[in-house]
Design a protein around this ligand. Structure first.
Ligand SMILES: Cc1cc2nc3c(=O)[nH]c(=O)nc-3n(C[C@H](O)[C@H](O)[C@H](O)COP(=O)(O)OP(=O)(O)OC[C@H]3O[C@@H](n4cnc5c(N)ncnc54)[C@H](O)[C@@H]3O)c2cc1C
Length: 1007
């Protein structure tokens, strides 16, 4: 920053502080509230408090409030006696004293939180909000109105939100002309500006916004957005597009520029967009916007803020293994805000500047910059949030700056997410408001230049580095990290995926041989036509079909190559797996494309499957090295014990089509890295993906005969492998029927058989998600929908029963029906596809038969429309049955399709009982905000993988080892630390080292 700008920043900052002090002593302010006060003193209490605030609106009566109070603040590990004084006599209610006492206490708590919410939310109805605008105008403060309603899960909700905005606009059109004129807030450097100013979030106008489907998102939102803009334009109102999480950033900017740049709106000046300075990309986004605005010819406004989702962005990126998009240091965010403000002001008149901040330093810097650039005073605007830093707003208005208040209004329930964001922001250690207004940090400190060594002009012009990337993990010892899934946020990623689809399309109809020993062979039993389930007329490829005789030869080849492979050593084998992983990573989108066409996997699902295959290779490589290192121990003198593992021999790998690469790779690579040789029998619907794996294994260095590829009929070739005396191990994932058959056949001993066969068998599920009475329905609806209908329900982890507790039933069911009615059933290669076809006509028929059974057992709650898709591919419409009796066939048998049973339970105990009353125990889920019910589910909801407050699909290698029990499988969890042990036999060698009375000293290794 130039020295005179810095000096002027400090001067303006001091002046603001002087004015604020006078006002602060007169006003109370939110930080005086008991709630905020308590939460700032104790981090653990803060978490419990904010979680409690979040659940409170969902609690229907005083008993529920009292119970939750007890669970949040009076449970072991979470005891906060101080909370008792917070508005209610908790002890009385819990000791079972009169319900009147309890309801009085609960009422006081509700009141306390509502008061807090009212600090940040300007009212419930448009009339409340308009009244508040009018009151602010009297203080020479302008306003922008935000209708709360962030989590829109369906088009019905998006439409309702849209209608609310129209109604707001109508109400304001009537009121605004009545307000007395105020030249400070009704005009800028170019003349009059709108009195009506709205802030909207795009995700509330269209429920299916998705960066992966940028075009579909634009088309989907166009109707409502343009209608709103037309009405606003006719009324001369300002419309600002707010910025949400990073996932939607490029999409939001893209839609804004496309719409605002279109002929209809090109000449309209009163449009604005938000940029978040905590994002590392914000400076370059601002440059893009500035260039675009220059071409547009009419200015737009940019509201520069720091950003409201910092914690979420940091956590979300880490969970997915993505680069963290926000700065890691507060001072970097502050410095970037100043760099962006300089560029924004330099971009005048193409961009008009609004600064949304409560930080005196940040605001003073922007004001000083604008003075040094000699911009008219009324060319810029400062904006602040309703209920925050009111003395600062008034001080700025007094100094003659145009100040606008961002005023959210609406019901408390949709307002909770906003309230919790504000509470988090205000109580954060690094918050300017907390430091300035609560902790009384000195003015000098608060006004300090956040980046004294950085030349802002150079940074803005690109001469100095924009960002110091401090989020890269430090290099450390080799450890497993999940392969990140593709975020599909960039045009480049989407274009590359499309190109891969085109590339694979060109290879349709190719012939794929089988592989025995070192030889490719034609199928003696004919050919398998691999069809595209999205368009059954398309032949993806023609694959050789093995005969029983070929199966015999494959077993022979595997047996012959076993000793050398066994003796190669685990390190060499692990390196081959790592090479295979590297090949897959390089060919990721191509492999995905094959899955899209052969398995009908939508883009994201295919990408996830390939990422999981890479994970299996790398995880098992690392793990095998660990567990196969011999452990030599001398527990007592004169004796050495060596414990180690050896491979079992020939393994038959029989895999399912629903995770065509991941499961096949997982089972085959586990067997291989342990030193077994394998015969890969791919599933009949997805043999090409099996062939691709075979080729990758060979390219990575798997020797001849160690892996053999044997596509063919399960009944013939599969059965031959299972029963053959030379097959030592069978790794199977698939249906319960086939799994049980394999288990019983493998138990028979046949002539020539040298040992007992080992069976690793993962079977199906009939998984339930319990939706508790206090669940966050925004999350529960999306979680159940994704778990039930993602990949058309064809996952063994899929949710097929939603068991809803008490009064949550009706609202949950209604919202779920509306949400499912909003998602797109489409061909898997369509980026907008949410429900693809089922795998083939046979599966389609079976599922349709179950739907017919369901019609006789329970009322149909939802059945989607297929239209032209019906004739095109093996599609089944998403189907929901309601009030399903727990013992109906559709509630007990695995359907493996897009069919969901919704069931009602009187209370949580009943829900648990229904959830467990099936022969399977694979996955389960619970959406609840009751700590006690969550604890009960942990203890009693006995399934292989239990998910709390999230969907039941998408287990990650190492993080969520996957597999179940009861009729869901025998064997240890895939992707977990004990999985490989199943592919091995343990051995121990003991040597007596005592000779003539002496022994070497005791030495230990391993473990
Ligand atoms: C009128 C108005 C409209 C707004 N609209 C939007 C919007 O559309 N979208 C949106 O996201 N936000 C929006 N905001 C919210 C705004 O982002 C927050 O209120 C703001 O971040 C608070 O910043 P500050 O300058 O007042 O406070 P400060 O306390 O100076 O700064 C807080 C900022 O620093 C960041 N921070 C905290 N710790 C760190 C760290 N360790 N490393 C890096 N950064 C850190 C925080 O995430 C936050 O962004 C709006 C704010 C206003 C006033």
């Amino acid at each position: 920053m130039l020295p005179n700008v810095e000096a002027r920043t400090l001067q303006l900052g001091r002046e603001l502080f002087t004015r604020i002090k006078v006002k602060k002593s007169k006003s109370g302010g939110w930080w005086n509230s008991k709630l905020i006060d308590m939460s700032m003193k104790d981090e653990a209490l803060k978490i419990q408090l904010f979680r409690f605030v979040d659940v409170l609106p969902a609690l229907r009566d005083s008993k529920q409030v009292a119970r939750h109070m007890d669970e949040y603040f009076n449970a072991p590990g979470h005891q906060f006696p101080g909370i008792m004084s917070w508005g209610m006599s908790l002890g009385a209610s819990l000791a079972g004293l009169s319900s009147l006492t309890a309801s009085l206490g609960a009422g006081a708590v509700r009141k306390s939180v509502e008061e807090m919410a009212r600090t940040f939310i300007s009212g419930t109805t448009p009339a409340d909000a308009i009244k508040a605008v009018s009151a602010f105008r009297k203080k020479h403060l302008a306003a922008t109105l935000d209708q709360l309603g962030e989590a829109v899960v369906s088009e019905v909700e998006a439409e309702a939100y849209f209608q609310k905005y129209l109604a707001l606009l109508d109400a304001m059109i009537l009121e605004a002309p009545l307000w007395p004129a105020d030249s400070l807030i009704d005009s800028d450097s170019r003349g009059a500006i709108p009195r009506i100013n709205l802030s909207i979030k795009l995700s509330s106008l269209y429920s299916q916004l998705d960066p992966l489907d940028a075009k579909g998102s634009r088309n989907g939102i166009a109707g409502r957005l343009e209608h709103l803009l037309d009405r606003a334009m006719a009324a001369g109102a300002f419309v600002n597009i707010d910025m949400e999480d990073y996932r939607l950033k490029d999409l939001t900017l893209g839609i804004f520029m496309e719409v605002a740049g279109s002929p209809k709106y090109r000449a309209y000046r009163h449009l604005g967009i938000v940029l978040q300075a905590y994002l590392k990309e914000s400076l370059s986004d601002l440059k893009t916007l500035a260039n675009w605005a220059k071409h547009r010819g009419t200015p737009v406004t940019v509201r520069l803020v720091k950003g409201a989702y910092w914690d979420y962005e940091s956590i979300h990126a880490q969970q997915h293994g993505w680069p963290i998009p926000v700065f890691a240091k507060k001072s970097e965010t502050d410095a970037n805000f100043e760099a962006c403000s300089l560029l924004l002001l330099q971009s005048y008149p193409h961009l008009e500047a609004a600064f949304g901040s409560h930080n005196v330093r940040s605001i003073a810097a922007a004001l000083a910059q604008s003075e040094s650039l000699k911009l008219p005073k009324n060319a810029i605007e400062i904006q602040g949030l309703y209920g925050m830093a009111d003395p600062l707003k008034e001080a700025l208005a007094e100094m003659g700056w145009r100040m606008r208040v961002y005023m959210p209004f609406g019901e408390l329930l949709p307002g909770m997410a906003y309230l919790v964001r504000r509470l988090l922001e205000n109580t954060a250690n690094e918050s300017f408001l907390r430091q300035g207004f609560v902790e009384n940090v000195s003015e000098e400190k608060l006004l300090e230049n956040p980046a004294p060594d950085v030349n802002l002009s150079a940074r803005v012009s690109g001469m100095a580095p924009a960002v110091q990337d401090i989020s890269k993990p430090a290099p450390g010892p080799r450890r497993f990290q999940n392969e990140p899934e593709t975020a599909f946020l960039t045009i480049k990623e989407r274009a590359e995926f499309s190109a891969a689809l085109d590339g694979v399309r060109k290879q349709f109809g190719r012939h794929w041989p089988l592989m025995i020993g070192n030889k490719e062979e034609k199928g003696e039993a004919g050919e398998i036509m691999s069809l595209n389930p999205s368009r059954l007329s398309e032949v993806v490829g023609i694959v050789a079909k093995a005969s029983v005789a070929q199966a015999g030869r494959a077993i022979e080849a595997a047996k012959k190559s076993f000793p050398a492979w066994r003796d190669l050593g685990v390190k060499a084998r692990a390196e081959i797996l790592r090479k295979a992983a590297a090949i897959m990573r390089k060919r990721k989108f191509e492999l995905c494309a094959w899955e899209v066409f052969e398995a009908g996997k939508p883009w994201r699902e295919a990408d996830g499957d390939v990422a999981e295959a890479i994970d299996f290779l790398e995880y098992y490589a690392l793990h095998a090295e660990r567990i196969m290192a011999p452990s030599v121990r001398s527990q007592v003198p004169g004796e050495v014990n060596e414990n180690f593992y050896q491979p079992r021999g020939v393994a038959a790998v029989i895999s399912p089509w629903n995770f065509p690469l991941a499961i096949l790779t997982g089972m085959a690579s586990a067997a291989l890295v342990c030193g077994n040789t394998v015969i890969i029998k791919p599933p009949e619907p997805t043999p090409i993906i099996g062939a691709l794996l075979m080729n990758i294994l060979r390219e990575a260095g798997v020797p001849d005969g160690v892996a053999n590829f044997l596509p063919g009929s399960g009944r013939e070739v599969g059965a031959h492998l299972v029963t053959h005396p030379d097959v030592n191990l069978i790794a199977f994932t698939g249906s319960r029927g086939v799994g049980l058959w394999i288990n019983s056949e493998a138990a028979q001993t046949r002539a020539g058989q040298q040992g007992v066969k080992k069976v690793i068998c993962e079977m199906g599920g009939k998984n339930a998600i319990i939706v508790d009475e206090d669940a966050d329905l925004d999350e529960a609806v999306l979680g159940v929908m994704q778990s039930a209908f993602g990949y058309a329900g064809q996952k063994c982890s899929a949710c097929s029963r939603a068991i809803v507790v008490g009064s949550a039933y009706e609202p949950f069911l209604r919202r779920l029906q509306e949400a499912v009615g909003s998602i797109k059933v489409a061909a898997a290669d369509d980026p907008g596809c949410r429900v693809p076809p089922v795998i083939d006509s046979h599966a389609q028929k079976t599922i349709q038969e179950y739907i017919e059974i369901g019609r006789k057992e329970a009322p149909l709650a939802f059945s989607g429309e297929l239209g032209a898709l019906k004739a095109q591919g093996s599609f089944v419409a998403p189907t929901i049955f309601k009030d399903v009796p727990p013992h109906a066939r559709i509630a007990q048998e695995e359907i493996f399709g897009p069919v969901l049973c919704v069931m009602k339970a009187a209370d949580f105990s009943a829900a648990l009982h229904v959830a467990l009353d099936v022969p399977f125990a694979l996955t389960g889920g619970i959406f609840s905000r009751s700590p006690a019910n969550i604890a009960r589910a942990r203890a009693e909801f006995r399934v292989g993988n239990l998910y709390i407050n999230r969907g039941t699909t998408g287990a990650k290698v190492d993080r969520q080892p996957f597999g179940g029990f009861k009729m869901s499988g025998i064997g240890s969890k895939a992707g977990g630390s004990d999985y490989l042990l199943q592919f091995l036999e343990p051995r121990t060698i003991t040597e007596n080292t005592l000779r003539r009375g002496f022994a070497p000293p005791v030495e230990e290794s391993g473990e």
